[in-house]
Every structure is written in C-alpha cells, then in structure tokens.
Write a protein that binds this ligand. Structure first.
Ligand code: SF4
Ligand code: SF4
Length: 436
C-alpha cells in the first residue's frame, strides 16, 4: 500500500453494498459479486492505511507459531468464506480481512454468565485460526485474558472508551440482570451495575455484538422464575445488536461476524432474533448427517442400542435439531472434528431463546411435552412414519425466518449496529423480539 499511515476511523471507511444471499436476486450474477469484491478491496485498502495497533504485526506470526501453516491459513480462509456464504472470489479478501482485523478496536465485557464463551476459546488444546484471532483482537479490553487486573484494568477500560469512542466494537458475554435497577450484578471496585456499564460501553460503540445465549436471550440466568430479571443485552438496553447465540457460541461464528463487519461495514442480514442469516439461516436438522435416518424412520430408542451403534437419528432421544437454527452441523466444534449429534447426543437447542425452559427435558422429544399423551396426537406415532409433526413445527420456524429475510433491508441499515444515537443515547430497537 502506498500512502501515509495515519488515524482512520471506521466511519471514514466506505460501506459496501448489501450482498445477496442464496436464492436472492443477484446471488448468481458474477458481475454483481465482482462489483462487491472491488468495494471490499477499497475498504480494506483504506483500513490497511490506518496506524498499526499493538498486536497487528504479530497476528500472522502468532498464527504460524501455533504450528499452523500458510496452507492451513488458506484452507481456513476458504472455509470461512463458505461459512459467510460468499463465493470463492472472496477467499483472498477474507484472508486479508483476518490479517487486518486487529486494526479494529474491540472491547469485550463479561456480564452474568459462566464465562463459558471465553472458556470455550481459552481451553482449546489445539487453537485454530479463529481462536488465535479472537485472542489477539481482544487485547483492547477483555478482563478474563488481559494482563492488568483491578484498578489498572478499570483504568484501561476507561481509556479505551474515551480514546476510541464511536470507533470500537463492543462484544458482550453474559446476561443483564435488570431487577432492582440492575443491583443483582455489580462489577469493579466502585460497584457499578452491569446495566450501567453495558449502557456506557454500548453508547460509545460502533457496533454491538452479543456473544452466547446469555448475552443474546438471557440464557440460563433468565430461566424461570428469573428472579433477577435477567435479559439479553439488546432487550435490556433497547438497542440493535448482532446476536451470536449458542451455549457457547462457536468461535467460527464470532470471528465470522467480526470479519463481516470489517469487510462490509454494515450489519449482516439478520433473522428475527438479530442473528446473522449466514450462520442461523438453517436448522441443525437440515444439514445433519443423521437426517437420512430421520427420513427413513430409523431412530435410536435407547442409549447404546443397535440404532445408536449404527448412527441412527436421535429425535426420539430428545434431539432438538428440528427446532434449532445454527450451523453446528456444518462448521462443527474442536477444530471442526465433531459436533454433539455426531458424538452421539441430540442437539439441546442451545442457540434458541429460552432454551432452558422450552427445550427441556433435553432427552425427551419435545412433542411429548407440548401435546402430552392426553391430546392423543402421539408424536412418536408420527415420528415412526417420517416425522411429519416435527417437520410441521420446523416449517413454522422456517416461515418466520422467511419473513425475517424479506424484512432484511429494513432491519439492516448500513452499519446501524452502533448503540449510540446522534445524541449519544441508545437507539430504539429496530426489530421485535416478541414470541421469544
Ligand atoms: S432429529 Fe436430530 S439427529 Fe435426527 S436428523 Fe434431525 S438433527 Fe439429526
Ligand atoms: S448442536 Fe445444538 S445444542 Fe449443540 S452447540 Fe449446536 S445448537 Fe447448541
């Protein structure tokens, strides 16, 4: 790159045109994609001209010091491109955006949760690219992994909030207790409520991302009877957020969202729960490797039975894959080696709102809970044929997604993810979360 390195704020970077998703007009038009790719290039060119930040120069070195090779990086970029539902034309751009991702300031705040999302990243025995990237980009403020603690950490946060106001991405992990004006969660030596801290951090953010089911929908802290009034960050603050649900959220989806923002500078197309459609647009069930057995009526009926040995469908053992929107069956876990259903247990629906209340008991089919035997509908009888009942319920979910997709242009203004309105106050939400 030519040109002098200098201070360029995210607002200075051009916003890229909205990209078509699979099946939408323009999705198969190479000229349209070429035009979008050139816009991404111009945006990344400008980002490259920004001052290098601490950690910038070391990102690729850190990636390769873990034993990963350039060939692995190319393969990972290719996988990430496909995950983002972008054509192969974007593979080098995704790689470039990953290398430049450390130029975007990120503040990661932990609220009411078990830190399971952070732990899921930290406990990786064999870190992959997504893990190392997250570890590196979180250097602005992440109280779990940063070196300073106590007053020094608090001072660091205030410094970042002030210096980078309007220019950082706020990532929240954990629910926000709203009861007693937020008094159920206090943080730091001054006893600031999580509600107050989240409001302050979100109000100065360029984009707000809620990571994990607690931050997106309240998760387990919000499970009935929810005595603390815990809510997801978007609902508690009344602001538009990008929700990356899951218990924990998958690192690939967290990094994918960051790269999406870096490359396009706008909110990705979201579903009715503010989740990126590229990650949450399909049910677990749609891409499950056991799906053929579901369609054939071949079910595991008991742990360890002959059906289990043969990898049959886990629907009758309580799998909630037909009601759960996530991409686990495609991107998997543990460096892509496996995922829960492959390992032999059903999906528990961890990425859906109120999953702890609505998807339990986890090892029983949902139909038994919903209809009960008195209704005489008999989910098992249906499942014994081809599971039409489950497909009917899921079809309702797909219809909701379809409606959300048709609304995407209204829900996804150019990078409207900032929690701050022109007056610095949180913006009103742009969508309804009714029905959660
Ligand atoms: S019910 Fe579960 S195990 Fe069976 S095909 Fe669907 S997602 Fe896979
Ligand atoms: S398979 Fe289901 S329960 Fe498991 S992580 Fe994915 S969405 Fe959550």
């Amino acid at each position: 790159m030519s040109g002098q390195k200098g201070k360029v704020r995210l607002d200075d970077l051009p916003v890229v045109a909205d990209r078509p998703l699979e099946g939408e007009p323009g999705a198969d038009d190479p000229a349209r994609w070429q035009e979008i790719a050139e816009q991404v290039d111009r945006r990344l060119d400008l980002l490259e001209r920004t001052e290098a930040r601490a950690g910038d120069s070391s990102l690729l070195d850190r990636l390769f010091s873990t034993g990963l090779t350039r060939r692995d990086f190319i393969r990972w970029s290719s996988m990430m491109t496909a995950t983002l539902m972008l054509p192969p034309l974007f593979e080098p751009r995704v790689a470039r955006a990953a290398a430049l991702s450390t130029r975007v300031p990120v503040v990661w705040i932990n609220l009411a949760d078990c830190d399971g999302n952070t732990e899921s990243l930290l406990r990786t025995g064999d870190p992959d690219f997504a893990t190392v990237i997250l570890d590196t980009i979180s250097l602005d403020y992440n109280e779990t992994v940063m070196a300073p603690a106590g007053a020094a950490a608090e001072a660091r946060l205030e410094e970042v909030l002030q210096k980078e106001r309007g220019n950082y991405i706020a990532m929240f992990e954990g629910a926000l207790p709203t009861g007693l004006n937020g008094a159920f969660l206090t943080l730091g030596s001054k006893g600031e409520t999580g509600l107050s801290l989240a409001r302050r951090v979100a109000s100065g953010a360029k984009a707000v991302v809620a990571v994990g089911t607690c931050a997106t929908f309240g998760g387990i802290p919000a499970a009935g009877p929810n005595p603390t009034g815990a809510k997801g960050v978007g609902e508690a603050l009344g602001i538009p957020v990008i929700n990356i649900s899951g218990c924990p959220a998958n690192a690939t989806n967290i990094v994918g969202t960051l790269l999406d923002v870096v490359m396009f500078g706008r909110m990705p197309a979201l579903d009715q729960y503010s989740r990126p459609l590229w990650a949450y647009g399909r049910r677990i069930h749609d891409n499950c490797e056991r799906r053929g057995h579901f369609d054939a009526g071949e079910y595991v009926l008991q742990w360890g039975d002959a059906g289990a040995e043969q990898g049959w469908c886990l629907f009758k053992m309580g799998c909630k894959g037909p009601y759960t929107f996530n991409n686990c069956s495609l991107i998997r876990w543990n460096q892509g080696t496996s995922w829960p259903v492959r390992a032999g247990h059903g999906c528990i629906g961890c990425s859906e709102p109120a999953f702890w209340d609505s998807m339990t008991p986890f090892e029983q089919p949902l139909g038994e809970k919903v209809y009960g035997s008195a209704a005489g509908i008999g989910i098992d009888a249906k499942a014994n044929t081809v599971g039409e009942w489950a497909l009917g319920i899921a079809a309702a979910g797909i219809a909701a997604h379809a409606v959300a997709t048709s609304l995407r242009n209204r829900l996804s203004p150019a990078w409207a993810g900032s929690g701050a309105g022109p007056d610095g106050q949180p913006k009103a939400p742009t969508h309804s979360q009714e029905g959660e």
